[in-house]
Design a protein around this ligand. Structure first.
Ligand SMILES: [Zn+2]
Length: 396
């Protein structure tokens, strides 16, 4: 067996225990404090050269190289989405129980399994007495699920030569994804008693016309990532009574863009269409959703709901070198895919850091009550961080 895989196998029980502990520690976005502490403790126990937290609560562990090559960031987020009704789960969402060779629970696939595998995998290098050329940073970020505040903050002070994002890829190498933006369309009318609708201006009719014409908007397409999409999701009014004409209604649009699209250009199209749909004296506006984010460290900031799309060119040397390193470790060249969902990779790439993605976790389990990670895949995946750390910190 390959040396790195043998080393990964030798820490099987430790990786499983860490993954279970992370799954058993709830960490909704903005509430990652306990998981951050667990990761910090684990990094210290594994002999990382430095472990630090920043203002927003990200944890960064450093394994120093010899200084002879570019640095590498292995990035994973600590937050999870809400599990919903625990009764809908086959096993308790925060149980971290082992069944049928898998660890079950919220975040197992997205992405506490990956985090456990990365935290231990990087430490294998020291166990084997290997010193990489460049420095290795393991970055555990906050608030990815709500827009990526943690990684956006990291890009301000952590500037590696390249980054690997550990979102679920089922052992494939990911080189991009569509972006995700949330747009709010508001129509204002005039609220009156529902018994005299003719005296008011009911915004629903304008919005109904607008929704009916959404398909007229021109969306982009990418030869690798496929077409962009735009979907109405939430629909809200300013009323809670069924016998009142609302004064305002708002519609949320989920836009998955492709590289080359611009939010401003789409917003201009949306505003033009909305203007054509206005009736009964209603007015309308459209903008990116802005929300207030609060970190577990107490920092409050306004964030636009925006994950940029990204694509690493097929001929980028990072892809070839990562593919070769993974082939040496796992015995087969991993397929190259585009993720179907948005990740912190878009923020890293936008800031000028080239990004690839890799994880042993299966994307189909993410955000579902089937959330789990196969233990064999988790353990084998521990060969990835050390393989990529060696290969990608060598001078090209
Ligand atoms: Zn994720």
């Amino acid at each position: 067996m390959n040396t790195l895989l043998a080393a990964a196998e030798s820490v099987r029980s430790a990786v499983v225990a860490t993954c279970q502990r992370l799954v058993q520690t709830p960490s909704l976005s903005g509430e990652e404090g306990a998981v951050a502490a667990a990761i910090r403790d684990q990094m210290q126990a594994l002999g990382y050269d430095e472990v630090a937290s920043d203002e927003v609560g990200n944890v960064v562990g450093l394994m120093r190289g010899t200084g002879g090559g570019p640095s590498l960031e292995l990035n994973g987020h600590m937050d999870v989405v809400d599990p919903g009704d625990p009764a809908a789960w086959p096993y308790p969402p925060y149980g971290g129980e082992v069944h049928d060779g898998a660890i079950w629970g919220r975040g197992a696939s997205d992405m506490k399994g990956s985090l456990a595998s990365i935290v231990h995998g990087v430490a294998l290098l020291r166990q084997l007495g290997i010193r990489t050329a460049g420095d290795i940073y393991v970055a555990a970020a906050v608030m990815e699920e709500t827009g990526g505040l943690g990684t956006i903050h990291l890009t301000g002070h952590l500037r590696p030569g390249a980054a690997v994002v550990g979102e679920a890829s089922d052992g494939a190498l990911a080189r991009g994804h569509r972006g995700r933006y949330e747009i709010v369309v508001r129509v204002k009318g005039r609220s009156v008693h529902a018994s005299v609708p003719q005296q008011g201006a009911n915004p629903h009719y304008t919005m109904a016309t607008f929704i009916g014409r959404l398909a007229e908007l021109r969306l982009g397409s990418d030869p690798f990532l496929g077409p962009a999409s735009l979907a109405p999701t939430l629909y809200l009014t300013d009323q809670r009574s069924g016998n009142v004409i609302p004064g305002e209604c708002s519609l949320h649009l989920d836009w998955r863009d492709v590289p080359g699209d611009s939010p401003d250009a789409l917003l201009a199209q949306i505003r033009a269409l909305l203007a054509e749909c206005l009736r009964d004296g209603c007015t309308g506006e459209a903008e990116l959703l802005v929300y207030e984010a609060r970190t577990y460290t107490g920092l409050v900031t306004s964030m636009a709901s925006a994950f940029p799309s990204f694509i690493l060119p097929a001929g980028h040397p990072l892809l070839a070198r990562a593919g070769a390193a993974l082939e040496r470790t796992f015995g087969a060249r991993p397929p190259v895919i585009g993720w179907s969902f948005a990740t912190d990779g878009g923020h890293l790439m936008k800031s000028g850091i080239p990004v690839i993605g890799y994880s042993p976790a299966q994307p189909d389990f993410a955000h579902t009550v089937e959330d789990r990670i196969e233990i064999d895949a988790l353990v084998r995946g521990g060969g990835m961080p050390s393989a990529l750390a060696q290969a990608l910190t060598q001078e090209a």
